[in-house]
Write a new protein. Structure first.
Lengths: 114, 115
């Protein structure tokens, strides 16, 4: 069965610190990968996605993620976080073809201290 | 950008009553919509996939007679929690897939509290 694992449940950083959030998935076929962000009181928003091609994907607000197929990983990074990045981050996977069912990780709650 | 609207955002009901939650795609057509349930401090759990004009596909362990899903048009899906009980209290989120771009957009969520 498909599954998505996010290793860090809570992360606290100071402004300007670098961020890396881990995401590993389990699935036998080719997948599409996503990172979503949920700011306090708001709905989920797409940060970035990987379908194919360059495994280093750049998203909005300075975020990027790297797909490493051999490690089944899709880690999210940002070189310098801001207070406004305080939010919950979800990694998600869906098969490249078929049902478009999205499987989400448990989320990582990021708090950035000003 | 594309917007998905959920209504109501909060609802409180008595045990035994039924509650309907609507999910609308406002500026795109969605042949597929998804319903999730989010428990506190946990991830989104996929409940069912709703396809326009056909029966919903439920995930294992989700009672289809309790969580009725209807996707009668390309812009509207509804989730009805029938004979609600306190254990049904949760945050329900819908998402809609833009059938042209394939992108998934999320609603704001609906918090159900069953007394």
């Amino acid at each position: 069965a498909q599954s998505v694992s996010q290793h860090n449940h809570h992360v606290i950083l100071s402004e300007a610190a670098s961020l890396e959030l881990g995401c590993n998935y389990s699935y036998g076929g080719t997948v599409n990968l996503f990172w979503y962000v949920q700011y306090p009181g708001q709905h989920l928003q797409l940060l970035l996605k990987y379908f194919s091609g360059d495994p280093l994907v750049k998203g909005i607000k300075g975020f990027e993620a790297e797909f490493i197929k051999s490690k089944f990983s899709f880690n999210l990074r940002k070189p310098s976080v801001q207070w406004s990045d305080t939010a919950e981050y979800f990694c998600a996977v869906t098969p490249s073809s078929g049902t478009y069912k999205y499987i989400f990780g448990t989320g990582t709650r990021l708090k950035v201290l000003a | 950008g594309a917007v998905v609207s959920q209504h109501p955002s909060r609802v409180i009901c008595k045990s035994g009553t039924s509650v309907k939650i609507e999910c609308r795609s406002l500026d795109f057509q969605a042949t597929t919509m998804f319903w999730y349930r989010q428990f506190p401090k946990q991830s989104l759990m996929l409940m069912a996939t709703s396809n326009e004009g056909s029966k919903a596909t439920y995930e294992q362990g989700v009672e289809k007679d309790k969580f009725l899903i209807n996707h009668a048009s390309l812009t509207l899906s509804t989730l009805t929690v029938t004979s609600a009980h306190p254990e049904d209290s949760s945050f329900y989120i819908c998402s809609a897939r833009d059938h042209i771009t394939g992108e998934l957009f999320f609603g704001e969520g609906s918090r159900l509290t069953v007394l």
